[in-house]
Design a protein around this ligand. Structure first.
Ligand SMILES: [Zn+2]
Length: 471
């Protein structure tokens, strides 16, 4: 039976999106929206009212027009916490103290009031979810790092210490709990925990098939700048085996067959995102071309084994829709030449270079189906506050797009690289497993990026294998 959702005036498209994603997309419920003069969100069921109703605070969408997308519309700090432990909220939560991005306390104080046939929640669950999912703060705030990215430290979730919890999922569970408390026979869409493994292919080979001089130069870099004589030796060895015996298999970055095998053993599919063209940004875009016969063979093998190919748009694409489109067209053309067809096409921006909402819009216009960029390079966790794939919204045009975001939860370099957290494999396991457990709690999707070139060190290789074996 239909749920009727009544709401106040203003921000019509934004409200429709927020309600549609939470009720329809995430819970699988049928709703009818009604704009009116309500002071908050009010939800009733069916044609004949049974006298029951759920009321939710409405704060974000009451922002005066002139203050929309400005600092004045941002959540106030410190972000209040709703201590649900003292209330009968029976929902799976990461912790009982839920951050309330937008809200107003109910008349008796606190964030929950219950009466015969009704429930009132003082947290603006729909506004807060909208704010997280659309990356609202990233348009308001102008901070950028040296790579032009919105930095983790500027994020409210990082500043307020809730970055490691998918707060939108928690809002959703509270909403579901409240709906079920009123209408116990409601049923929600079934979900299952889904691990998603993906591999950005920046450097498919360490030494094999590369020009000799370039390989020597990089080996010197391994030995001097990165202080790894072992890496230098392996790079040169990879070059030599390929040059002398045509053997690419021993190259330390050529881990594709292992990656596929390990995924297959767990019944998983790996996605390999390839760089289709170079930005003119130099070495930062890797050094391979889709024209190389070895790369073409690799693509066919990925396809034959039932894994996925996707796009890894080059360094300068995040603000350049035409370049992005060209690169996607190029990938599609090469795939067509190799007889590779796929129903869905997705990928991830190189270096996680992404900007709201332009990069999403460019992906939409290029014809891609999903993006899986959204995590911060410096911190693993829930940049969008959610561990479900969802359709995205362009805050500047006020339109919901067909493009879907598949939020990235962990990039291995974030955890292992000295430039970021620099954890040893054991500490990395603890952190990654904690985040994975949180995705499990909500039957969510755990999206993890592991580069083919990050399986050189034995400890890191063991860590990856153990993670895959326990998916
Ligand atoms: Zn990359």
């Amino acid at each position: 039976m239909v749920l009727h959702v009544f709401h106040g005036a203003g921000y019509e498209r934004e409200r429709v999106y927020a309600a549609r994603v939470m009720f329809e997309e995430f819970l699988g419920l049928e709703i009818a929206l009604h704009a009116g003069q309500e002071a908050g969100w009010r939800i009733v069921r069916g044609e004949e009212e049974d006298g029951k109703e759920l009321r939710l605070a409405d704060v974000l969408f009451r922002t005066p027009q002139g203050e929309w997308l400005t600092e004045k519309a941002m959540p106030s700090r410190p972000v209040p916490r709703w201590h649900t432990g003292g209330h009968p909220v029976k929902a799976p939560l990461v912790a009982p103290d839920v951050p309330v991005l937008y809200g107003e306390e109910v008349p008796n104080g606190g964030y929950l009031a219950v009466w015969d046939g009704g429930l009132q929640i003082g947290a603006d669950l729909l506004g807060g979810a909208f704010w997280m999912l659309t990356r609202y703060e990233e348009i308001v705030r102008k901070e950028r790092d040296v790579r032009g990215r919105y930095p983790a430290f500027a994020s409210l979730a990082v500043q307020e210490h809730f970055y490691e919890r998918p707060v939108v999922n928690e809002y959703l569970e509270i909403l579901w709990w409240a709906l079920r408390a009123l209408w116990p026979d409601l049923e929600r869409k079934k979900r299952r925990f889904t691990p998603r493994l993906s591999h950005d292919v920046d450097w498919p080979l360490m030494g094999a098939g590369r020009p000799f001089f370039q390989t020597v130069k990089r080996a010197a870099g391994d030995a001097l700048r990165r202080r790894s004589a072992q890496a230098a030796v392996r790079r040169l060895g990879g070059w030599w085996r390929a040059a002398a015996h045509g053997d690419y298999d021993g190259d330390p970055y050529n881990t594709f067959d292992h990656l596929m095998e390990w995924s297959e053993q767990q019944g998983l599919r790996s996605a390999f995102y390839l760089i289709a063209d170079h930005s003119g940004a130099g070495e930062v875009d890797g050094d391979y071309s889709l024209e190389e016969p070895w790369v073409r063979r690799l693509m066919r093998r990925i396809k034959e084994r039932g894994h996925e190919i996707g796009l890894h748009p080059s360094y300068e694409t995040y603000r350049d829709p035409r370049r992005l489109r060209r690169e996607f067209d190029r990938l599609r053309l090469v795939c067509a030449e190799e007889g590779i067809e796929q129903e869905r096409w997705g990928g991830r921006q190189h270096f996680l270079r992404w900007e709201a909402p332009g990069t999403w819009q460019a992906w939409e216009e290029a014809g891609l189906d999903y993006d899986s960029t959204l995590s911060f390079a410096e911190r693993p966790g829930f940049r969008c506050g959610v561990c479900y794939e969802y359709p995205v919204f362009n805050l500047l045009t006020g339109e919901e797009l067909k493009l879907r975001e598949r939020p990235l939860i962990v990039m291995e370099q974030t955890v292992l690289h000295r430039q970021y957290l620099g954890l040893d494999p054991w500490e990395a396991w603890v952190l990654i497993d904690r985040l994975r457990t949180r995705c499990r709690l909500f039957d969510g999707e755990f999206s993890m990026l592991w580069h083919n070139s990050q399986l050189v060190d034995q400890g890191e290789t063991d860590l990856y294998r153990r993670l895959v074996e326990t998916m």
